[in-house]
Design a protein around this ligand. Structure first.
Ligand SMILES: [Zn+2]
Length: 252
């Protein structure tokens, strides 16, 4: 490995001064190739340096590695604290970088992760197990998981042409929880059915079927509401035997 010699002096225009290099024995141009008082030319200096570091590293590598390992062992707490602090200080930056990398290399990333998953099935299984354990740890996570699984089973049944078995409301609540009403879907596709059912059954009975209150049903009928919660829409679709995906394609 030979480096371009560094020029430390402003090159003089062609006054033609030359010096003898003690190592390679050639006449070198001052100051471009040799220092005004230098004994060796820059090329020879760089070469000597390279030789020195090459042999130094080969001879002292193990010593240096041992020294580094001992240092790390002695200062472990300090190093860990610094790393934690550094990571905290650069977290946003690192995330942003990762995000940008992901969007720039999405296809490559997908192919790579798919290959990894295929090559490491037991690691993938462990990852999935941990993902679910983490999701089910909080109540909100558990409810959203149940809601998702309910929707998935429904959509799968529709896709595969299986018959939808309506789940009775109390069982629905027991299985999927009663307070996961945070996702809202438009009422408009269901409104004609709701109105017809209201004519037939009355608001109290309809509210019982839909798992909502009398007041809410009256708001729907009067047109005060243009959205309803996902579980209510689900219960109504089940009762009217309507395909949920057909009514709410953008949600499903
Ligand atoms: Zn030389």
């Amino acid at each position: 490995m030979s480096r371009e010699p560094k020029i430390r002096y402003a090159p003089k225009s062609a006054d033609g001064e030359r010096r003898w290099c003690n190592k390679c024995g050639r006449m070198m141009l001052v100051p471009d190739e040799i220092k005004p008082l230098g004994r060796r030319c820059f090329a020879c200096q760089a070469e000597t340096k390279d030789e020195y570091w090459k042999s130094y590293y080969a001879e002292n590598r193990q010593k240096q590695l041992d020294y580094q390992a001992a240092y790390r062992e002695a200062h472990r707490e300090e190093i860990n604290a610094y790393q934690r602090e550094y990571a905290a200080r650069h977290r946003e930056e690192a995330r942003e970088k990762a995000r940008q990398w992901y969007y720039a290399n999405r296809e490559r990333h997908k192919a790579r992760t798919a290959a990894y998953r295929q090559a490491n099935p037991e690691r993938q299984a462990e990852w999935v197990r941990r993902w679910y354990a983490n999701k089910l740890r909080t109540k909100a996570g558990r409810l959203s998981y149940l809601e998702d699984s309910r929707m998935r089973s429904r959509l799968n049944a529709e896709r595969n042409g299986r018959e939808l078995t309506p789940v009775p409301l109390d069982e629905y609540r027991e299985r999927y929880g009663g307070d996961n009403h945070h996702v809202q879907v438009p009422l408009a596709p269901l409104l004609p059915y709701v109105k017809a059912a209201y004519e037939e059954l009355g608001s109290v009975e309809l509210a019982r079927l839909a798992g909502t209150s009398d007041k809410r049903v009256m708001e729907m009928i009067r047109g005060d509401r243009d959205e309803i919660s996902l579980p209510v829409a689900d219960a109504l679709c089940t009762h009217f035997e309507l395909p949920f995906s057909w009514l709410y394609q953008d949600v499903a």
